[in-house]
Ligand binder design. Structure first.
Ligand SMILES: Cc1cc2nc3c(=O)[nH]c(=O)nc-3n(C[C@H](O)[C@H](O)[C@H](O)COP(=O)(O)O)c2cc1C
Length: 209
């Protein structure tokens, strides 16, 4: 019996793993929010999806960003392109939480100026108070609609409404609606590695651009 197939090679058994992280390859977003003192925070994240006009974000409940979104319900999803990976990695060991919780102290340090530390440029949001990242070619301004966390869970779920989408002119199709996918080079996070994209394989049956 064939249990798995990969690149045309069938295997009679699957291997049961206990992976330390389970990021099979999701886009990297730099999520901006406002700290209690009004300064901007910026966290790299990869658990972010948009369905229709609703963004769903998976955030650690002890991080500063989750706390920020509960208090000040506005944020910007700044999608990272491939060449932003060094900036993302500069943000990776940083938190705005002060002091760093003991469980994270060996790997993280407190940083209030995340934009400066990452070498990224804040630009005011047009309809929210959280800043956009100038170097991000797709910026999505959102209003938080709900934040939830189950009693025992370490992860909070944030639901946010998309208010305004900005794209770099090179990514904007002439119809004013679509993104020029050939020009878009998203950065992916896969099992703690940064990856880029390959060529387009096909169009979905619903693509009409
Ligand atoms: C590429 C990448 C993706 C990440 N994805 C997430 C994520 O989806 N959710 C999350 O809570 N943390 C994620 N993290 C970890 C946060 O960035 C990290 O906890 C950060 O310290 C949070 O900052 P804050 O405490 O200032 O909000 C990711 C980190 C990296 C480098």
């Amino acid at each position: 019996m064939t249990e798995t197939q990969f690149r045309g090679v069938a295997a009679p058994e699957s291997v049961v793993l206990d992976p330390p992280v389970l990021y099979p390859g999701t886009p990297v977003v730099l999520l901006s929010s406002l700290n209690p003192d009004g300064s901007p925070n910026l966290m790299p994240m990869s658990s972010a999806w948009v369905i229709g006009k609703t963004a769903l974000l998976g955030l650690g409940r002890t991080g500063q960003t989750f706390e920020n979104l509960r208090r000040s319900p506005e944020c910007v999803l700044n999608y990272a392109c491939e060449d932003l990976w060094p900036h993302v990695e500069r943000l990776a060991p940083l938190t705005a939480v002060d002091p760093v919780p003991p469980s994270r102290a060996s790997q993280f340090r407190t940083e209030r100026d995340k934009f400066g530390a990452a070498g990224l440029t804040p630009v005011p949001g047009e309809v929210v108070s959280a800043p956009r990242v100038a170097e991000s070619p797709i910026q999505v301004e959102c209003r938080v609609v709900s934040t939830r966390v189950a009693e025992e869970s370490i992860v909070g779920v944030v639901e946010a409404q998309v208010l305004r989408v900005h794209v770099h002119p090179e990514l904007a199709a002439a119809d004013g609606r679509h993104v020029v996918v050939d020009a878009w080079r998203p950065l992916f996070y896969a099992f703690r590695r940064y990856l880029g994209r390959g060529p387009q394989l096909a169009k979905s049956f619903r693509a009409n651009d």
